[in-house]
Design a protein around this ligand. Structure first.
Ligand SMILES: O=C(O)C1=C[C@@H](OP(=O)(O)O)[C@@H](O)[C@H](O)C1
Ligand SMILES: C=C(OP(=O)(O)O)C(=O)O
Length: 427
């Protein structure tokens, strides 16, 4: 059902804990299912994507119990997974689909994976190519480019592979397959992407060698159950950071946000644009986290490209919105990956912000935005993409009239209590 949002020059005040990190939550379920013993996960993201991951592993016979504040995974180890009698439904989640391919390839059974309309359009060859080099038997439409995908598990062998795209999903699928492969797998990563898989491998007792953009993992290592503390998701926090920055007289504190350096590109960029943010790092065992306090700020345009892109890839719709409120020109380059996300995020962001009067144009691999612009109300389309839905809602805070969002429900993919938290900060 469509949602109408009208705000009159709101100031955002208060403190919230944004929901758990999506990437880490997916991986906690996967690693807990591979490991032997009882894994407990605190701060798990109860978003639709992570619930898809839980449902897939339940279909493999893994015992997973969910309560309000703890997820418990009781596993005998991946050797005891069962051949699923149903299709594994990965919903809207690219991470679930791609990482699971790496896991299913090395089992001893047959399985089939499929997701929603958006997943059916997302490229899978980038995962299947290296997995086939490892000996995997995977079939799908267009020679394995698209779901549904059928996997006949088999014994895998190690590979030496250079990643052609800076993608943590490709890297992680190979690493998960490498755990079951004969020999040492070597991955060369020209541009660093998020390293939650490497961190969690170590947390569950594996030895991973990481030096100068090269990752080495010996096959046959056994994982031991662990406790995982999931920090708040910086990709979700980004929307509240943006909201505080572009509204007047705001001061917002976001507690316990993950600040893994492979994810903090958003902080680097807004600080370069002139944002005033205080970062108070906490003592944590695994992934790093901090309390962030964000103040309304006068922003100026900037350029975003190269190695920075994977460190803020999911934040670009929000950054584009911020740029409409900044003085001068913002240029985003090298971000062609946006074209193969839940929707084509370059086309969608430019179309939707243009409806509100933004001065924005698309390029092959990014966009150019001239600011500042007074945004007007509009009927906004989310394309079923949670990040587009949230961009529209944050844009409504500074719009001169009512903004209508067509499918606000899709936001529960990564941020189930988004509107509750936004209400809390605006009231
Ligand atoms: O590994 C992950 O958890 C993710 C990696 C990124 O995708 P790519 O690997 O396709 O860049 C990101 O966009 C996605 O939201 C989550
Ligand atoms: C691209 C995203 O996720 P996924 O690839 O897991 O669908 C996202 O959350 O913005």
């Amino acid at each position: 059902m469509a949602l109408s949002l009208a705000f009159k020059k709101p100031s955002l005040k208060g403190s919230i804990q944004v929901p758990g990190d999506k990437s880490i939550s997916h991986r906690a379920i996967m690693f807990g299912s591979i490991a032997t013993g009882k894994t407990t996960v605190e701060g798990f993201l109860m978003g639709d994507d992570c619930l898809s991951t839980i449902s897939c592993f339940k279909k493999l016979g893994v015992q997973i119990d969910v309560t309000d504040d703890l997820v418990t995974i009781q596993s005998e180890g991946e050797k005891y997974w069962e051949e699923p009698s149903e299709v594994l439904d990965t919903g809207n989640s690219g991470t679930t689909t791609r990482l699971m391919l790496g896991l299913l390839a090395g089992t001893s059974f047959h399985s089939v994976m499929a997701g929603d309309e958006s997943i059916a359009k997302r490229p899978m060859k980038r995962i299947i190519n290296p997995l086939r080099e490892m000996g995997a038997d995977i079939r799908g439409r267009h020679d394995g480019q698209y779901t549904p995908l059928a996997v006949q598990g088999t014994q895998l062998k190690a590979i030496d592979y250079t990643l052609p795209v800076a993608s943590a999903q490709v890297k992680s699928a190979i690493l998960l397959a490498a755990l079951k492969a004969d020999g040492q797998t070597i991955i060369h990563e020209p541009i660093a992407s998020r390293d939650h898989t490497e961190i969690m491998l170590e947390h569950f007792g594996a030895t991973v060698n990481r030096e100068d953009h090269v990752i080495k993992l010996e096959g046959g290592q056994k994982l031991t159950a662990a406790h995982v503390q999931v920090p708040g998701d910086i990709s979700s926090a980004a929307f509240m950071i943006g909201a505080a920055l572009i509204t007047e007289d705001s001061k917002v504190t976001l507690t316990n946000v993950g600040i893994n350096p492979t994810r903090t590109g958003i902080l680097d960029v807004v600080e370069k644009m002139g944002a005033v943010i205080e970062v108070e790092e906490k003592e944590t065992a695994g992934e790093r986290s901090a309390d962030l306090t964000i103040y309304s700020s006068d922003l100026k345009g900037t350029e975003i490209s190269g190695d920075l892109i994977p460190r803020l890839i999911d934040e670009i719709p929000l950054i584009a919105l911020i740029a409409t409120q900044a003085k001068g020109t913002t240029v985003i380059k090298d971000a062609e990956e946006l074209r193969v996300k839940e929707t084509d995020r370059i086309a969608a962001v430019v179309t939707e912000l243009s409806k509100m009067g933004a001065n924005i144009e698309a390029t092959e691999d990014g966009m150019i935005i001239h600011g500042p612009t007074v945004l007007t109300g509009a009927d906004m389309t989310s394309y079923g993409d949670h990040r587009l839905g949230m961009m529209a809602a944050i844009a409504a805070l500074v719009a001169s009239s009512e903004v209508v969002i067509d499918d606000p429900e899709c936001i529960s993919i990564s941020y189930p209590n988004f509107f509750d938290q936004l209400n809390l900060l605006t009231n």
